[in-house]
Design a protein around this ligand. Structure first.
Ligand code: NAD
Ligand code: ZN
Length: 378
């Protein structure tokens, strides 16, 4: 006791003061309202209600972000429908592509200041100490929390995020275009890295016209690969405008494997990344990927979907099949940096937050090209 009392009167080293002053500097901006608009649902596939709810208060390790824009990912649609074996807590606010401004922070937060631009991703927090976190595979942490799934997401004007996992968005980056990079951009950048191919080699992107696909084509080109985009015929122009070297129409009478083999001198692409929900497309990819090549699993079909692979052929052709889920904090920073440097564009269509149900309808009808982003002020 006595020892402690004496120690507390001693001057702390200068670095400690700097640390504390950062951590306790203005922790709330004025004018945070008590209530806000959000999209909430309380049963799977049920109404997406645009309504007033309380603005949450940050815990010690949180930042409160005034979300300006939030992307609509196909995963949000699956989560709303309850398509997967794992289910969220209800009622739920969806969203994991939120970009905005930090307006409050908890007492332990020193890496964000009020007024900084921040991004909220699928991985909201991790334990930071398991073997996966230690090796930077944060998206495999068994204790992770996920935005718009196990914690409330970004289809609201004010959203909480764990400060360690939240992304720093440089101030010269457009927040509407940054939003989709926090899931779609990050995920495809990581998937391309996981494909482990070299500049000049060929990658086929299945679902090239959608939110993830439109970015995958561009990151692939920026990383030096030859890109074959695969999607429905109405998306051909869009996919080619994003830089794809060739387009394959999956709805054509000629099968996708035949078309892709024709474009690759009968050898197949070095990697195939499937960002569609199609199980058939997965199973075909295993047959036409080049021997020793890699099929990357990104698209998440309905729960229970199975891969079918001829074991002997897969073994003799030495085909790799690899799952890829979002990416870590370094991947996030790098994915944003490609955009900041003008190496990829983020093709967005901006509509109001209240229009989220209409966007889901377009998604159902496969009419989406690029990414829809919700403006939370409308
Ligand atoms: P989206 O609806 O914007 O795009 C999907 C695209 O696939 C559409 O353009 C559609 O026309 C196309 N498509 C459908 N069937 C096809 C087929 N047989 N062949 C070729 N193209 C086909 O969806 P999105 O937001 O880009 O998400 C895509 C998938 O990725 C979803 O399943 C989503 O849940 C998943 N996802 C996974 C991760 C991860 O970390 N693994 C992260 C984000 C999203
Ligand atoms: Zn997503």
């Amino acid at each position: 006791m006595f020892k402690l009392a004496i120690r507390s009167t001693r001057l702390a080293p200068r670095s400690t003061y700097i640390f504390r002053s950062l951590a306790t500097a203005s922790s709330t901006s004025p004018n945070i309202p008590a209530t806000q608009k959000a999209i909430v649902f309380d049963q799977h596939g049920g109404p997406l209600q645009y309504k007033d709810i309380q603005v949450p208060k940050p815990g010690p390790n949180d930042i409160l972000v005034n979300i300006k824009y939030t992307g609509v990912c196909n995963s949000d649609y699956h989560i709303w429908k309850g398509d997967w074996a794992i289910k969220p807590q209800l009622p739920l606010i969806l969203g994991h592509e939120g970009a905005g401004v930090v307006v409050a922070k908890g007492e332990n937060v020193s890496n964000f200041q009020i007024g900084d631009h921040a991004g909220i991703k699928w991985v909201n927090s991790t334990c930071q100490s398991c073997e996966f976190c230690q090796e930077s595979h944060e998206s495999s942490c068994p204790s992770q929390t996920n935005s718009g799934f196990s914690v409330q997401g970004t289809y609201q004007q004010y959203c909480l995020a764990n400060a360690d996992q939240a992304a720093h968005i440089p101030k010269d980056v457009d927040l509407a275009k940054a939003a989709p990079l926090l899931c779609a951009g990050l995920t495809v950048y990581k998937a391309l890295r996981n494909a482990n191919i070299r500049a000049g080699q060929t990658v086929a992107i299945i679902g090239a016209g959608g939110g993830l696909g439109s970015l995958a084509v561009q990151y692939g080109v920026a990383m030096g690969y030859r890109v074959i985009g695969i999607d429905a015929s109405n998306k051909k122009e869009h996919v080619l405008s994003k830089g794809a070297d060739a387009f394959v129409d999956f709805s054509s009478k000629v099968g996708v494997p035949e078309q892709v083999l024709e474009l690759t001198e009968g050898k197949g692409p070095h990697a195939v990344i499937n960002v569609s929900n199609s199980v058939q497309a997965y199973n075909e990819a295993i047959t036409y990927v080049r021997p020793t090549g890699t099929v990357i699993l990104v698209g998440l079909p309905q729960g229970g979907a199975k891969l079918e692979s001829d074991i002997v052929m897969q073994t003799l052709r030495a085909v790799n099949i690899k799952g890829s889920v979002v990416g870590n904090r370094a991947d996030t920073r790098e994915a944003l940096e490609f955009f900041r440097r003008g190496k990829v564009d983020s093709p967005v269509k901006i509509v109001g937050l209240s229009e989220a149900p209409d966007v889901f309808k377009l998604m159902e009808d496969r009419k989406i090209m690029g990414r829809y982003v919700l403006d939370t002020s409308k």
